[in-house]
Write a protein that binds this ligand. Structure first.
Ligand code: C5P
Length: 298
């Protein structure tokens, strides 16, 4: 018997970042949108103990030891239910690694639900969300999907209404960026300034509720973008190339370095995707729509 689940990537349409907290994390107003690029996680009983395998274009960069969020999810669930994590988790990886699209978080949320089903644990939604929050700030959102406002370190979620489907193009970069490094660069750039409290943008929430791409384009923001550009300056050219090709807006996705381009429709996506294919720091271009549901059993 095996269980396979599918988990979407995310883009942050708003990422407001507050000052560093005493625990090193930052308070956020983080508006997540789940988009249709997916990892699949398959859980199969493994009498020899926990084993992780991975395939896909970025598979070589995925750790196969217990630092993998999928492994940590299986161990956390097993510990709660007093069992051993005797499971083989196979990750079919399509979300970019170290890309700012919650690829690792997706695998954590996927493994959690796959193991819960395989083991018949019957954990409640609240328990699963608790474990997700222990695993990482973005993991709860990977479980629920759709659109949500994340506060605290991003793990406290309020679901958001979305009145339509948004079309996106994503440019995967030629190298990754480490999330902690980008937050450190944010702190360095903010030195000596007063960082305002992170607050969700009302025009942005209204644009999502209306399903209006022009209003959303006017309202998106990412406070980590200057830090990501400081560490990876060539991304500015990728952003410019997408804007020149007609994107309604262009921004770094989360901590980057994936760049995200909002377009009006599938034809607009095609045009921007073609232009980005030859951008210097761009490895691959993908199109996707959002919102889409969170972890789903296949
Ligand atoms: O929660 P997660 O393990 O995914 O976070 C990875 C890193 O990103 C943290 O170690 C921290 O450096 C940074 N981070 C932060 N504030 C947040 C979320 C993440 O500083 N709200």
């Amino acid at each position: 018997m095996s269980v396979t689940v599918r988990v979407p990537a995310k883009v942050n349409v708003q990422l407001a970042v507050g000052a560093a907290r005493p625990d090193g994390f930052h308070d956020l107003a983080n508006v997540f949108l789940a988009v249709g690029l997916y990892d699949e996680v398959t859980a199969t009983p493994s009498p020899d103990g926990l084993r992780i395998t991975c395939d896909g274009p970025d598979a070589a960069q995925v750790p196969l030891d217990r630092t993998n969020l999928a492994a940590r999810a299986a161990i956390a669930l097993a510990e709660r239910y007093g069992r051993t994590p005797d499971v083989h988790l196979h990750i079919a990886k399509d979300i970019p690694v170290a890309g700012g699209m919650a690829g690792g978080s997706a695998d954590g949320a996927g493994a959690l639900l796959a193991c819960d089903t395989l083991w018949g644990t019957g954990a409640s939604r609240e328990e699963l969300l608790d474990i997700c929050a222990e695993l990482g700030s973005d993991v709860p959102f990977s479980l629920v999907g759709g659109a949500a406002l994340g506060t605290g370190r991003g793990e406290k979620l309020r679901p958001l209404d979305v009145g339509g489907t948004f079309h996106w193009v994503f440019a995967m970069a030629t190298r990754g960026l480490s999330t902690p490094a980008v937050f450190r660069e944010f702190d360095r750039l903010a030195e000596g300034t007063r960082v305002p409290e992170p607050i969700a943008s009302e025009p942005l929430l209204a644009a999502l509720a209306k399903g209006d791409p022009d209003a959303l384009a006017a309202a998106v923001s990412n406070d980590l973008q200057p830090a990501a550009l400081s560490l990876f300056p060539e991304l500015a050219d990728t952003l410019d190339a997408g804007r020149a090709a007609g994107a309604l807006t262009a921004l770094v996705s989360g901590s980057g370095p994936t760049t995200a381009f909002l377009v009006r429709d599938a034809a607009g996506a095609q045009k921007v995707a073609e232009a980005l294919a030859s951008a210097p720091a761009c490895r691959t271009v993908r199109t996707a729509v959002g919102p889409v549901p969170g972890v789903t059993a296949l």
